[in-house]
Design a protein around this ligand. Structure first.
Ligand code: BJW
Length: 242
């Protein structure tokens, strides 16, 4: 592997799953056009109406269960196999990176295929669609909640510190399909830029993160990311035999 690619970090957002059929949050067809985040994606909302919140998550789980990973997810899985020091950080909760074959994924905002006991904190995986009863309850009788990070909640500390460490030492950062407005995830590309990494953004439009990008590649991630990776391999800068 060439020295330039010694440390590669990728940050993904909802846009990478758009061509799989998973709705993004913002933009014309985004979830937040139809649903208010304060009604569905905060702890207060859950305390007020856990049934409503779970119905929404159950609907999303059903939708995502019918979606398959696309060429961009598969490209990142291939990159993980090929690049020795490769770190994939995602804001997505859909699990499509893992279904594409990525083994090590730093999930900043959790995963909607897991639920957590509101009393004991026990986390369980649950792939049932639809859920047999809403809201689901733990064996201890307490309410379960989706194991995701809502607005106003802290991101998992260990995941966040692993992400910061990787970003600070990386030489190349790819930023794929995120609007770059949700913090602290949105601060990572700027940090990479400040630490001297080469930052490449993939999005269908420019974002606030474009300021920190050395290259902005406009177009659908499922087309542009595989194309970029194929060009890199064929440029000879990078050998898959390494
Ligand atoms: C394509 C494409 C294609 C389309 N190809 N591209 C600093 C400044 C301001 C505010 C804050 C701040 N620090 C913290 C805050 C508050 C808040 C925040 O950021 N608010 C802003 C929105 C104003 N942050 C938080 O509350 C976070 N917690 C926190 O900071 O804790 C610390 C703390 C705790 C207690 C007290 C005090 C401090 C938590 C944030 C949690 C976000 N949760 C969600 C929901 C997850 C669960 C679920 O899914 O239900 O995470 S919100 C939602 O946004 C989801 C996403 O992961 C996240 C980011 O969205 P993303 O991925 O960027 O998607 P979109 O839709 O926004 O963009 C899609 C992009 O794709 C677009 O650019 C398209 O153009 C592009 N695209 N098709 C390529 N085919």
């Amino acid at each position: 592997m060439s020295e330039e690619l010694a440390e590669v970090v990728v940050l993904t957002g909802a846009g990478i799953s758009a061509e799989s059929g998973v709705p993004t949050f913002r933009g014309a067809a985004g979830l937040w056009r139809t649903y208010r985040p304060e009604d569905l994606a905060t702890l207060d909302a859950f305390r007020r109406d856990p049934t409503l919140v779970w119905e929404w998550y159950d609907w999303r789980r059903g939708l995502i269960a019918r979606c398959a990973p696309n060429a961009a997810h598969r490209t990142l899985a291939e990159m993980e196999q090929t690049i020795e020091n490769f770190v994939l950080i995602t804001q997505n909760v859909d699990g499509l990176h893992q279904r594409a074959g990525s083994r090590h994924v730093l999930e900043l905002h959790g995963n909607l295929w897991r639920m957590r006991c509101t009393m004991e904190g026990i986390v369980v995986e649950d792939y049932r669609v639809p859920l047999p009863s809403i809201p689901p309850r733990c064996e201890c009788g307490a309410l379960m909640r989706p194991d995701v990070v809502w607005f106003g909640e802290s991101l998992p500390a260990e995941v966040m510190s692993a992400a910061y460490a990787a970003v600070q030492r990386c030489r190349l950062m790819l930023v794929v399909g995120t609007s770059g407005v949700v913090y602290p995830a949105a601060a990572l590309p700027q940090l990479a830029h400040q630490c001297g990494a080469y930052v490449v953004e993939f999005n269908v439009e420019r974002t606030p993160l474009s300021l920190y990008a050395d290259e902005v590649i406009l177009g659908p991630a499922a087309v542009e990311l595989p194309r970029w990776w194929a060009a890199l391999i064929s440029s000879g800068k990078f050998s898959t035999a390494s």
